[in-house]
Design a protein. Structure first.
Length: 392
């Protein structure tokens, strides 16, 4: 991945030579170049700012040096076009979701403004040639974009494959699925009279997983109740009352298409039943499976279904786990999966589900939930089956 940073304070970006980012640069995984905006001024004083039109306090960054600097960076791209990120308190919030999106870009340019900001025409002009995102680190004002760019480069770069030594640690983190991280402990077992929670030294991995999930919920409720809103306020606990009926078929069919477009892309195939099936088949599915829907202010936003396997009375099949794309990443899917597992009848020994072989996100989530991939082709072409043992 290539990252260019434009700033009037190149020294501010010196930490990008340290630690994991510095190492990744050394290994050729990241090509980070920091440029001094003043190199693109034309006057003796190397002026980059001027008074604002319309009056008001402070100074505004002049468009000419920015235009010349961006042109120069882009001209060295061999025909490639970067995505421009402009840090600013008036931008869209920087989230883990956006970090992931940016990590998938081959080339990012950060334009660090100072003073009251950059002349708006710089953004307008750049937007005719490249994708531009104004991005805010949070609801507070920094002195310039440099600290924000540092934070964003770090959050993005660590998602670039190979930058982190242990990719597993990406999976268990705060914000990855909308919940904060569980508390962690290391040796010694007792420190200043404080003991490590006994479950963590019990060796019971299922109990540890459950404890950690509970801690994540508790911590999120205490520190970030806004994040819990979606999974709690939607009434996941009360889903039993939301068993789908034939009247839900049309909305289910629509949600299903919206949700499986990403699967089609991940698996490079449009031949996926959830994408192509008719309304009649959706309705038929409601008869063959027990389907639950989640409604938020009347809107059908998530669903899952389960049934006893027609081939094995001890296997509970879970399917069509879906959350509206705009509500994904908040733990609703995980809560629904827990719910569907809990709906398995007594005597169930195996939980079963199926997903596209190329559906990396789903596979990661299901593995985290304790499922293992079965060898060979799944029930449908291009898919894999996954199972998890359940104590009867
Ligand atoms: N520049 C100044 N304040 C900022 C903020 N909150 N986020 C990103 N860039 C900024």
């Amino acid at each position: 991945m290539r990252i260019d940073v434009l700033t009037i304070f190149p020294d501010y970006l010196a930490p990008l030579g340290l630690s994991l980012i510095g190492k990744a640069r050394g290994r050729g995984l990241l090509d980070v170049r920091v440029h001094d905006l003043r190199e693109h001024t034309t006057d003796a004083h190397r002026t980059v700012d001027d008074t604002p039109y319309g009056g008001g306090p402070g100074m505004v960054m002049k468009p000419e040096p920015w235009g010349a600097a961006l042109d120069a960076v882009v001209a060295r791209g061999g025909g490639a076009v970067p995505r421009l990120v402009v840090p600013g308190p008036g931008g869209m919030p920087f989230t883990q979701l956006l970090a992931r999106e940016l990590a998938a870009e081959p080339w990012l340019v950060f334009a660090c403004g100072r003073y009251e900001g950059i002349d708006e025409r710089v953004i307008e002009d750049a937007a005719t040639r490249m994708r531009v995102s104004v991005v805010s680190l949070g609801d507070y004002v920094l002195n310039g974009g440099e600290v924000a760019a540092l934070a964003m480069v770090e959050a993005v770069a660590r998602l670039v494959p190979g930058v982190l030594g242990n990719a597993e640690s990406l999976v268990e983190e705060s914000h990855v699925d909308g919940l904060l991280e569980y508390p962690v402990y290391t040796k010694p077992p007792v420190w200043r009279g404080l003991e490590v929670p006994p479950v963590l030294v019990s060796g019971n991995h299922a109990a540890i997983r459950e404890w950690r999930h509970g801690q994540r919920l508790r911590r999120t409720a205490a520190r970030r109740p806004d994040l819990l809103h979606a999974s709690e306020a939607l009434g996941i606990e009360g889903l039993g009352t939301l068993v789908a009926t034939a009247g839900d078929a049309a909305e289910l069919g629509t949600l299903q298409r919206a949700c499986w477009v990403s699967e089609a892309m991940a698996n490079d195939s449009l031949d996926i039943p959830s994408l192509t099936e008719s309304m009649e088949t959706v309705r038929q599915g409601l008869g063959e499976w027990r389907t639950w829907v989640v409604r938020d202010s009347g809107r059908l936003v998530a669903s899952v279904r389960g049934r006893v396997s027609p081939d094995d009375p001890q296997t509970w099949e879970i399917g069509r786990l879906m959350v509206a794309p705009d509500l994904q990443g908040r733990g609703i899917g995980r809560a629904l999966l827990d719910f569907a597992e809990g709906a398995a009848p007594e005597g169930t020994t195996t939980l079963w589900l199926n997903t596209g072989r190329g559906s990396a996100d789903n596979l990661r989530r299901y593995k985290r939930a304790g499922y293992r991939i079965l060898a060979g082709e799944g029930r449908y072409p291009g898919t894999v089956d996954l199972t998890k043992r359940r104590r009867p």
